[in-house]
Design a protein around this ligand. Structure first.
Ligand code: K1U
Ligand code: ZN
Length: 169
């Protein structure tokens, strides 16, 4: 496994639309393993392939509580089949917008379909942090960041803050 660089705003690659995966093979599993290691090292609870510069519809996630056994999840070609009309707010963060957190309102529950690490189809319901995180990560696959839901002023300030951090590093 290898750590990969996480792209940060305003890198234009983050605005790319990711394309479907044709086959879940060992090369894809290497990418997913690297993404998971990169996510754990960051640390974060989710990561989309485009955040490491790969425009494929692939997401990894681990929502296990701290100091409990890891629960890695892998999502290939995820699709939202249904989203609830009721919404819920959550204070979101993003490894591509480091140290910025703000509230985003999203559907509270979704039903999703995806291929797992083995390439098997899974259909399941998500709520709570799972629903928040999968919607946030699926936005990455469309080139959308959580700051795109904020006011122009907040978004510009967030990008300026990250640019300043990068210059100082
Ligand atoms: O960059 C990303 O997409 C990952 C992002 C996922 C996410 C977090 C919160 C709401 C929606 C989506 C993160 O992991 S940000 C870091 C974070 O949330 C975290 C870091 C360490 C411990 C616990 C959480
Ligand atoms: Zn993100």
């Amino acid at each position: 496994m290898a750590l990969r660089e996480i792209l940060v705003v305003p890198d234009p690659v983050l605005k790319q639309v990711s394309t479907p995966v044709e086959v879940v093979d060992d090369d894809l599993r290497v990418l997913m393993d690297d993404m998971l290691e990169t996510m754990y090292a960051a640390p974060g609870i989710g990561l989309a392939a485009i955040q490491v510069g790969v425009p494929k519809r692939v997401i990894v996630m681990d929502l296990a509580a701290p100091d409990t056994a890891p629960e890695p999840r892998y999502f290939v070609n995820p699709e939202i089949l249904w989203a609830s009309e009721d919404t819920a707010p959550y204070e979101e963060g993003c490894l591509s917008v480091p140290d910025i957190y703000d509230e985003v309102e999203r559907p509270a529950r979704v039903k999703l379909k995806y291929l797992n690490y083995q390439g098997e189809e899974v259909i399941e319901d998500a709520e709570g942090l799972y629903a928040v995180c999968i919607q946030h990560e699926m936005d990455h696959l469309k080139g959308v960041l959580f700051i795109d839901y904020l006011s122009r002023l907040k978004r510009d300030r967030a990008v300026a803050k990250v640019k300043k951090q990068v210059r100082a590093a």
